[in-house]
Design a protein around this ligand. Structure first.
Ligand code: PLP
Length: 267
């Protein structure tokens, strides 16, 4: 039986991040990809130069016909730039009883462009966190959302506690952005921390010293959503997705003049 996954996210026309990365990740796991565009961004591997948000009506207009036609197996959200879009997405999830929801709380691009405004961020927390099976912040996102400055594993636990008090059931904090300026154990490893109910699980992979990381966060959350669609549980989905992204970073082609996109293909 074909499994169908939907991404509601931003379009990166240069193909590295956003819905193009999501579609590639869905397809790599054999899921049938569907996609709704929340924002058209203007970017390449060197930076994000602007964006044009879609209206709430455009989100509903794209998503409802998909749901009227297909039975959806999972949903991943990426860049949701405005409160109106977030309210619309939350309403659709509730009205249609959608399952296997992964929310990637996209805040800012690596190059420093704000992909969401403050009012939208509070809507994301209030409306979408409680509906998500998993949220997947990286460290800068976890810091911005929780208000906890992260410099240690204890800080990661504290930030996760804050996000769970905000309504998130399960939280994956991605450790790839740890400060590696000091030489320590973390230097050689990329560790992700999964707060699953009352359990804490960590997933460790080799850290690759590279600038080819464009689209990493998008791909990870999409790969998790794909595996949930295939019927895997959260723990296994995260574990498979982490290995998938690590391999995509390791084998990334050097294209473009900036941060090269990772290599999203079946393992
Ligand atoms: N563009 C879009 C549409 C995104 O969704 C994201 C991140 O989720 C980015 C850009 C940022 O990607 P990066 O931080 O890899 O530059």
């Amino acid at each position: 039986m074909t499994k169908i996954a939907l991404t509601i996210a931003g379009l990166d026309p240069s193909g590295g991040a956003g819905i193009i990365a999501d579609i590639k990740a869905f397809a790599a796991f054999g899921c049938f990809p569907t996609a709704a565009i929340s924002s058209i961004t203007f970017q390449n591997t060197q930076g994000v130069f602007g964006s044009e948000s879609q209206s709430a009506a455009a989100i509903r207009g794209q998503v409802i016909p998909i749901l009227d036609d297909y039975s959806l197996d999972s949903l991943k959200t990426g860049m949701l730039p405005t409160r109106e879009i977030i309210d619309e997405v939350a309403q659709i999830i509730s009205q249609r009883g959608l399952k296997n929801i992964v929310v990637d709380p996209v805040v800012r691009s690596t190059s420093g462009f704000d992909l969401i405004d403050n009012s939208a961020l509070s809507a994301l927390i209030e409306r979408l966190f409680p509906l998500a099976d998993l949220i997947t912040p990286n460290i800068p996102e976890a810091e911005r959302i929780s208000g906890v400055a992260i410099d240690s594993e204890q800080d990661i636990r504290d930030a996760a506690d804050v996000m769970r008090e905000m309504g998130a059931r399960n939280v994956l904090i991605k450790g790839g952005h740890f400060d590696r300026s000091e030489s320590n154990e973390r230097e050689k490893k990329a560790i992700d921390y999964l707060f699953l109910g009352d359990d804490l699980l960590s997933f460790t992979a080799d850290y690759h010293e590279t600038t080819a990381t464009h689209g990493t966060g998008c791909t990870l959350s999409a790969a998790i959503a794909a595996n949930l669609a295939l019927g895997k549980d959260l723990k296994e989905s995260v574990s498979i997705a982490k290995r998938f992204v690590n391999e995509a970073i390791r084998t990334a082609p050097m294209i473009g003049r900036g941060n090269s996109p990772i290599n999203i293909k079946p393992i």
